[in-house]
Design a protein around this ligand. Sequence first.
Ligand code: GLY
Length: 343
Amino acid sequence: MDSFSFTTVQGKTEVFYCDEPFLPPVGTAGGMYIADSNTAPIAKSAKNFRHDLPLVIIEAGEENKNFTSLVSILKTALDAGLSRNSVFIGVGGGLVCDLAAFAASVYMRGAKCKLVPTSLLAMADAAIGGKTAINFDGYKNMVGTFFKADEVYISPKVLKSLSEPEYLSGMFEIFKMGLLYSKDIYQIFRNQKENILARDEDLCLDLVKKAVEAKALVVSRDFDEKNERAFLNLGHTFGHALESVLNFSKISHGEAVAWGISKAILLGKKLGLTDSSYADEVCAVIHSYSRIDVPLLYDKEKVLLAMKKDKKNIDNKIRLILQKNICETFIYEASEKDIREVL
Ligand code: GLY
């Protein structure tokens, strides 16, 4: 099994690349599995699944990334007599990874956490870097901790079964990592569209590995987002606003982020801060992968209002991540007027 490790202020995380879905072995301190109703079958048929360990199955759906689900995991752990040395194993996409890791982080002030991401988004982003969360009071990821996973097990075999929006959603997050940190990733998106859309397994694995390595570098330098980790929010202020205006339906997270990246890039171009030919090329690449005509979907003023509520803003300015060129990123405080012009 191929592997890669990185170290943050919380210690080491080991990432394993496996041919088939593979569950981490559980030692004498015991453990439990956490999956959702879509990923429980993957967990049960994965190598090493132990029928004698508890399996908590959360109903799939963003609305279940909540306190009730957290409590059911913690209660199961307590009833099973798990200790701080026991392992919480999350098998699923971003929802499960964030939730299982959050439960591990608060159980007895921190148990062991191992993740088996089953979506592209979780493989390349959510399972890497220790952000844990549940949604709260209508806000996404409002309550959570920074808590590293000890091990992450990635198998690209499961990607074939993802829906197209789910697959593209993950691909757009990988594309974002390319713009921020990897010219290689960007070139693959420019030159290998057919293979990406055909879900070529070797290519997917290569892209995931490159994205994981890029993210590992960032979180090693800035685990708790005091600084550079904020760059990973490229496209997210626009994207989250669009998602919330569309009630988190109609468009996937990654598609909203891709639309948001094109808006951030256009804004940079308009302000003379982003290289004009780079801006045009990035927008064309995004457009060539897009499934839906996003501009038809939203009301500009509602998106602007949602952007103004972003918790990263200071003094009525909207804090955005912009780029001068590929791998040249900076934070910019934009006015409402600037933003309105690119929406
Ligand atoms: N998904 C963004 C981050 O991990 O910081």
